[in-house]
Design a binder for this molecule. Structure first.
Ligand SMILES: [Zn+2]
Length: 280
């Protein structure tokens, strides 16, 4: 299958190719994947990268933000022809296990805006530094040091360090600057992370237990308002009446991490797939 570059989240259109080739994994490959996938997040990221790079070496030319999408897409394509599947999550409030239907076409990727794509100068530690989204190849050069020494295993941190253009040359300096950031520099790093890497809108799912509790609470509040003399067409009453429970956001990171296990748990065989032999 060809993934067209205009569908990639970076929004960069001047790649030297029009699409990225992605092959779904077969059964043997999935088993092999599940047996061999490393648990260390740094090794796991590399493992997923090699998986898509084997399908199409042009992956190296992509911007880093597009790599995550390609990895997710390959996994989605592997488990579902129409890119729809269920995933499991746990309600963070009462720990109810939830099964959420996901359609890859419904996952919203915010395109990187043009200014971000061109790069920014940010003031940190009293100096201006150039930041831009690295290509996969540029990132992998920096990443190789973390694979070797594993002193940092937080992918968020490593990706942030790689945003600085001069990290390739002055690795130690930029690593120290990011790790030891204080005060307004922390805010700056958090903004950079938000701007460059939060390209996926989380999927919102609802917990039936929490929802029931919320609705019961709502009825009580409505009765209370009536008792206080509020009319049903008052703003106060309407506001409570129309309130909705906040959903639970399922982020892309947690989706990618346990993808196959989650899909296998949630997508059971249909009855027509296994039919008992007639006893004659
Ligand atoms: Zn809940």
């Amino acid at each position: 299958m060809e993934l067209l570059i205009q569908n990639l989240p970076s929004g960069k259109l001047d790649y030297k190719f029009n699409s990225i080739k992605i092959m779904p994994m077969n059964f043997a490959q999935i088993l092999e994947y599940m047996e061999n996938v490393p648990s260390n997040p740094v090794e796991k990221y590399y493992f997923d990268y090699k998986l898509v790079q084997a399908d199409d070496p042009n992956v190296d030319e992509l911007l880093l933000t597009d790599l995550d999408y390609v990895v997710f897409f390959k996994k989605g394509l592997t488990v579902s022809r129409n890119l729809e599947f269920k995933i499991s999550t746990i309600c963070p409030i009462d720990k109810t296990p939830l099964s959420t239907h996901v359609s890859l076409s419904n996952i919203k990727f915010n395109k990187l805006d043009d200014t971000l794509l061109k790069g920014l100068n940010v003031k940190m530690n009293g100096q201006y530094h150039a930041v831009r989204m690295p290509t996969v190849a540029q990132f992998m050069k920096i990443f190789s040091k973390y694979r070797l020494y594993k002193k940092i295993t937080d992918m968020k941190l490593i990706k942030l360090i790689s945003l600085f253009e001069d990290t390739e040359m002055y690795h130690q300096k930029y690593e120290t600057m990011v790790i030891n950031a204080e005060y307004e520099d922390i805010t700056l790093l958090a903004s950079l992370d938000e701007l460059y890497f939060n390209s996926v809108e989380p999927i919102i799912t609802y917990c039936p237990e929490c929802n029931n509790r919320f609705e019961r609470e709502k009825l009580k509040n409505l009765e209370h308002l009536l008792a206080l003399g509020y009319k049903e067409d008052s703003n106060e009453y309407q506001e409570v009446l129309n309130s909705k429970e906040r959903g639970i956001a399922v982020g892309m990171d947690s989706l990618i991490a346990d993808f196959f296990r989650s899909v296998i748990e949630n997508n059971r065989l249909t009855e027509s797939q296994i039919v008992p032999r007639e006893i004659s």
